[in-house]
Write a protein that binds this ligand. Structure first.
Ligand SMILES: C[S@@+](CC[C@H](N)C(=O)[O-])C[C@H]1O[C@@H](n2cnc3c(N)ncnc32)[C@H](O)[C@@H]1O
Length: 226
């Protein structure tokens, strides 16, 4: 997949009146990650990514696309699931993050490119599995359906989609806490709309649930035979 000249995006939340200058808490990777990332973040994320890899339904030999891959933790987990001889491509608009993911990854089947969800550079029907974790809420609302259509386009008929995203806390004190740290976009994010977004694109929803109380997932399939 050829990299489209990426617009360098800031990891900031749009607020009601322009960008919120506070950094985004859910961004596992700031845009210029250091090789000595805080180890405390990693074990929990590793558990979630292992579960997401399972939920994706990826099988040995599958070609996988990870949209908004960040530092590539989920891509690397997907590479384990599909094995050598398959391929996992992670895309992210942040060039430093993509470069970091490349440095961190030893699996030969795993590669990274700069790119955006709403204009994937991949050919139609070129992947068996598309995964995306904690990235959809980064997209402006009107861009989300465009990104989902792109995921549909690049999946082969019968291919599987896994979208995981942030579920805002339900209790008021925790909502306040999250809003204080991340801004209101995350607390107002309507993760339950994912289902509709995915079915409106043409996917069949085959499952949904929570990996953590704050991490919702929806599994889809592109209808048709491979
Ligand atoms: C919270 S991080 C999640 C990273 C990783 N998927 C994970 O679960 O740890 C969100 C990522 O979405 C990326 N992102 C933002 N806008 C995007 C877009 N238009 N297309 C694809 N990815 C985007 C950001 O650069 C960031 O790396």
């Amino acid at each position: 997949m050829r990299a489209r000249a990426p617009a360098e995006r800031s990891c900031r939340l749009p607020g009601p009146s322009g960008p919120d200058p506070r950094p985004r808490i859910m961004c596992a990777a700031p845009h210029a990650p250091q090789d000595n990332e805080p180890a405390a973040v990693a074990p929990a994320a590793r558990h979630e990514h292992a579960r997401l890899a399972e939920l994706s339904g990826a099988r040995p030999g599958d070609r996988v696309l990870d949209v908004g891959c960040g530092t590539g933790c989920l891509s690397r987990r997907m590479a384990k699931a599909v094995g050598v001889g398959s391929s996992v491509l992670g895309i992210d608009p942040s060039v430093p993050v993509v470069e970091y993911a490349r440095r961190k990854t030893q699996a030969s089947q795993c590669s990274y490119e700069a790119g955006v969800a709403e204009a994937l550079e991949a050919a139609d029907a070129s992947f068996d599995v598309v995964v995306t974790s904690l990235a959809v809420h980064h997209l402006p609302e009107e861009v989300r359906p465009v990104a989902l259509r792109e995921m549909f386009r690049v999946l082969r008929p019968g291919g599987r989609l896994l979208v995981a995203d942030f579920r805002p806390p339900r209790t008021r004190p925790v909502r306040h806490l999250v809003a204080a740290i991340t801004g209101h976009v995350m607390t107002n994010y309507q993760v339950d709309l994912l289902d509709g977004l995915i079915t409106d694109t043409g996917f069949e929803v085959r499952g949904r649930g929570d990996v953590r109380p704050w991490l919702r997932y929806v599994q889809g399939t592109r209808p048709g035979k491979a």
